[in-house]
Ligand binder design. Structure first.
Ligand code: NCD
Ligand code: ZN
Length: 343
């Protein structure tokens, strides 16, 4: 049987939620990944080190006893985040980064930042204390077409942030456009990007052609095929500025299959297998390990993992749901066949 053994990967962007949902999804992430950057957009958001420690504890309590997994905590940047908050975070072992959500950009972002220039003092403190800034890069102007929101964010905000804070490490999260790929490639070493499996596998037809398919709705929204191709080229290029971040974002099926469905694709059930399909199709399986297991750790200045995982070329069918019928999550590629399986 064809197998692929790589250094154990990390997920540099995931949502594991809390409560019952956390218990359902966490084993999926922990089975594949040694570490994951845990997004702070709970209700209410995780804005202080004290809250992050409570959340980290809840995650560790929910972790099955036989699993070895480290949650890397992040704090949610708001208009009120002070230099003192940032200093405390820098001194804590648990918190590794801050997340910037433009207010209203995505799920649970109401408490996010309404005026980006107004938080420049906080960005200056992040630069001073050497904490990375993770950005949901979309403008929230209701007049801006949803397919243009990432490109416009780069033009109006990201350029300025990078110029004003040259030593600030920035991850442009879940990039979806050729413009984002170009920007990251052309900018200083301090700027990197994560790429999700859904943006590598699908274009906007998956969401909208032949019927509306809510399980492909996530933010930033899927784009045209030309953008997907630019993302695949970036991910499989071996450029260390691009690394794995699933943005796995579980929502109950009932909250997605409705007149106004939530944004977020669930991919933690088969993340590394989904990426392996992409890399194999691009004839670049030899580049998967760098993307999945090395470049993110290097960017965050954390040690690379030393154990390995093995994938087998073996077909399996993704369950149609996870959880129970009343509290189900519909995973990416539900009911479909995958060609790689984690051993
Ligand atoms: C995420 C979520 O559900 O928390 N949703 C999504 O569509 N990606 C939030 C986010 O990362 O934008
Ligand atoms: Zn996310």
């Amino acid at each position: 049987m064809k197998t692929l053994t790589i250094t154990r990967p990390d997920d540099w962007h995931t949502h594991v939620r809390n409560g019952a949902l956390l218990k359902t999804v966490l084993p999926h992430t922990a089975k594949q990944f040694a570490r994951a950057i845990i997004m702070p957009n709970l209700k209410p958001p995780v804005t202080t080190v004290a809250q992050a420690l409570i959340y980290q504890d809840e995650i560790l309590q929910a972790l099955p006893a036989d699993m070895d997994f480290t949650p890397l905590m992040t704090l949610y940047l708001t208009g009120k985040t002070s230099e003192a908050d940032i200093k405390l975070a820098a001194e804590s072992d648990a918190v590794v980064a801050f997340k910037l959500y433009p207010a209203g950009a995505t799920t649970n972002s109401d408490a996010g930042v309404a005026n980006i220039t107004a938080i420049f003092p906080a960005l200056s403190a992040l630069e001073k204390y050497n904490l990375p800034l993770l950005i949901h890069g979309e403008v929230t102007d209701e007049h801006c077409d949803i397919f243009d929101r990432e490109r416009l964010f780069i033009e109006t905000h990201l350029n300025t942030i990078v110029k004003n804070f040259p030593a600030l490490r920035i991850v442009l999260e879940h990039v979806t456009t050729s413009e984002a790929v170009q920007f990251v490639k052309a900018t200083a070493k301090t700027v990197a990007a994560t790429i999700t499996p859904q943006h590598l596998l699908f274009n906007r037809n998956a969401l909208l052609a032949g019927g509306i398919r809510p399980h492909f709705y996530c933010l930033p929204i899927l784009k045209r095929e030309q953008h997907r191709l630019a993302l695949v080229a970036a991910a499989t290029s071996g450029n260390p500025k691009f690394f794995l971040g699933t943005d796995s974002a579980p929502h109950l099926s009932s909250l997605k299959e409705t007149a106004c469905g939530c944004a977020g694709c669930y991919s933690a059930h088969a993340a590394i297998e989904l990426y392996a399909e992409v890399f194999e199709r691009a004839d670049a399986l030899d580049k998967l390990e760098g993307f999945a297991s090395f470049y993110g750790a290097d960017f965050y200045r954390l040690p690379r993992n030393t154990t390995t995982i093995t994938l087998e070329k073996q077909t399996w069918t993704v369950p149609s749901i996870y959880g129970d019928a009343e509290h189900s999550i519909t995973p990416l590629k539900a009911g479909e066949t995958l060609s790689w399986r984690l051993r």
